[in-house]
Design a protein around this ligand. Structure first.
Ligand code: NDP
Length: 256
């Protein structure tokens, strides 16, 4: 192993949904460790802001506008990263949405949208980067799950299915691509203060306090809590770590 196990100098990382929330927290960590970062999202203004944020810290960063549920858009996105940043070492599959409805009222179009955004996108992006990583002699894939990868909830039918699926997809990639020196791991965030959870906190009576009471760390997570785990899973420090699903939850998932 290198003498600097957490160093990402010279590496290139793609972060889907890197223009805000947890994705931006991870993008900041990767950039601080020396990686050039491609921020992928649909909202151009938000992506431009995120790139400015990363550049302020001295990083190389580009914004790529793409819908990660669209196979052709994903291929074009990967092509742009390859041509503008020169290589491809790390993929963070973070883009995600939630539609909060119990299974008996969830529409098939809503089900498909959640599964395509949270799960199919990870398949499309991972498949698209695999040839580059294989040719480069290795790579790192980081998939974002959820506490809903472990637990059930009445409002999370499609969401929990997608997040349970992402853990199993991670394990499949870890097995399939170990021979190519590609490590694939998942991160399972607890309750984190982002745009995604803002509405839930407004809509669900008592949610804010219930999360505090259940979390040993006694706080909601912040996006910068994801910088360290992203660097670990993107760097040589995790070269013998693959197929895992690591909670980053302040202890939420182990509270008895
Ligand atoms: P945000 O809503 O802040 O971020 C979601 C990101 O996904 C946005 O940057 C959005 O960018 C991007 N995105 C959504 N759909 C697409 C698409 N079709 N193509 C490209 N980009 C897309 O949410 P969070 O930061 O909270 O969530 C990030 C991940 O973490 C998600 O996978 C979520 O499920 C997971 N998570 C979050 C938790 C939390 O408590 N916040 C807990 C557990 C898991 P744009 O709008 O520009 O497309």
């Amino acid at each position: 192993m290198t003498t600097k196990p957490f160093d990402l100098t010279g590496k290139v990382a793609i972060v889907t949904g890197g223009n805000g929330g947890i994705g931006l927290g991870m993008a900041r960590g990767l950039a601080q460790a020396g990686a050039a970062v491609a921020v992928v999202g649909r909202n151009e203004a938000k992506s431009a802001e995120a790139v400015a944020d990363l550049k302020k810290g001295g990083a190389t960063a580009i914004a790529v506008t793409a819908d990660v549920t669209d196979k052709e858009a994903v291929a074009a996105m990967v092509g742009r990263v390859r041509s503008e940043l020169g290589r491809l070492d790390v993929l963070v599959n973070n883009a995600g949405i939630s539609i909060r409805k119990p299974p008996h009222v969830l529409d098939i179009a809503e089900w498909n949208k959640v599964i395509e955004t949270n799960l199919t996108s990870a398949f499309l992006c991972s498949q698209a980067v695999h040839p580059d990583m294989k040719a480069a002699g290795g790579g790192k894939i980081i998939n974002i799950g959820s506490m809903m990868s472990i637990f059930g909830a009445s409002f999370a039918s499609a969401y929990a299915a997608s997040k349970g699926g992402i853990v199993q997809f991670t394990r499949a990639c870890a097995c399939a691509w170990a021979a190519d020196n590609i490590q694939a791991n998942a991160i399972l965030p607890g309750w984190i203060d982002t745009d995604l959870t803002k509405r839930a906190r407004q809509e669900i009576d008592g949610l804010h306090d219930r999360v505090l009471a259940r979390t040993p760390a006694a706080r909601w997570g912040a996006i910068d809590d994801f910088a360290g785990i992203a660097v670990f899973l993107a760097s040589p420090a995790s070269d013998f770590v693959t197929g895992t699903a690591i909670p980053v939850d302040g202890g939420y998932s182990i509270m008895g």
